[in-house]
Ligand binder design. Structure first.
Ligand SMILES: *[C@@H]1O[C@H](CO)[C@@H](O)[C@H](O)[C@H]1NC(C)=O
Ligand SMILES: *[C@@H]1O[C@H](CO)[C@@H](O)[C@H](O)[C@H]1NC(C)=O
Ligand SMILES: *[C@@H]1O[C@H](CO)[C@@H](O)[C@H](O)[C@H]1NC(C)=O
Ligand SMILES: *[C@@H]1O[C@H](CO)[C@@H](O)[C@H](O)[C@H]1NC(C)=O
Length: 221
């Protein structure tokens, strides 16, 4: 029972109640990588990545690539882990670039001379007779563009710029605040000094005022 649960939790999407047996049966996993989108320039050659993993190995494994779920563009077979795949059929514009004798079972293809009509879904499908014909697939979405506009990078740069600018402003503001506070403190200290000294001046001013008053006094009299 414990083993069942551990296996089921390994394939989380299938670990719904009552699907435990299914989850154990389908240990075959197919992946197109972390991102399921790829952008290609008009007329370029684009890599459509795909890898698969099996728990108990494989024999006479069949893999197929489909465009927009129905149009077959590549059909290959792999006898064992010790051999590279053999071609059954392919679209002339498609090239197999993977390798299945290394650590990873790489069944990637390259689509040459990308056209705008090539935009759509590319599904990598694997069937493993050794795992009671278990099958699994993964889909990557191809977008075809005139020019590479690295929107992600631009957005990142803008965010970095804005955040950096804000942090810079904050530091500048804090520096200015410190300088201003320092100046205020200094001027207040100065004022105290001034007040002290002006109290001395006050006498002279008073004296002057007094003298002025004395000067003013004669015309009044
Ligand atoms: C795609 O590229 C080809 C060759 O560079 C060019 O002839 C064609 O006009 C391009 N298509 C568009 C819609 O820009
Ligand atoms: C991919 O797998 C899903 C179920 O996981 C299935 O419905 C779909 O038909 C498969 N697509 C292809 C092209 O085999
Ligand atoms: C699969 O092979 C291709 C061609 O050698 C390579 O560009 C790609 O990075 C490989 N993918 C993985 C996931 O190893
Ligand atoms: C393929 O599918 C995409 C949407 O997924 C659609 O825009 C495109 O027209 C389709 N291409 C063909 C040739 O059917």
């Amino acid at each position: 029972m414990r083993g069942d649960k551990a296996l089921a939790s390994l394939s989380a999407p299938l670990s719904l109640p009552g699907l435990h047996i299914l989850a154990i049966a389908f240990t075959l996993e197919v992946s197109v990588g972390k991102t399921n989108t790829v952008t290609a320039l008009n007329n370029s050659n684009v890599l459509l990545p795909c890898t698969f993993t099996t728990c108990i190995g494989f024999q006479d494994l069949v893999f197929k690539w489909y465009f927009n779920t129905t149009e077959l563009i590549y059909h290959g077979k792999i006898k064992t882990k010790a051999t590279e795949p053999t071609l059954v059929w392919k679209n002339p514009r498609v090239e197999f670039v993977g390798s299945t004798t290394k650590k990873e079972n790489n069944i990637s293809i390259v689509l040459n001379g990308v056209e705008f009509s090539d935009a759509g879904k590319y599904t990598c499908h694997v069937k493993n007779p050794k795992e009671r014909n278990a099958q699994h697939n993964a889909t990557i979405i191809l977008t075809v563009v005139h020019k590479m506009v690295e929107t992600d990078n631009t957005v990142t740069l803008i965010i970095v710029g804005v955040v950096g600018g804000l942090i810079g402003l904050l530091i500048l503001f804090m520096l200015i605040k410190r300088v201003v506070l320092f100046i205020i403190k200094k001027t207040q200290d100065g004022k105290k000094e001034c007040l002290v000294s002006s109290s001395g001046n006050d006498n002279t001013e008073n004296g002057l005022a007094g003298s002025k008053a004395e000067q003013k006094a004669p015309p009044k009299a």
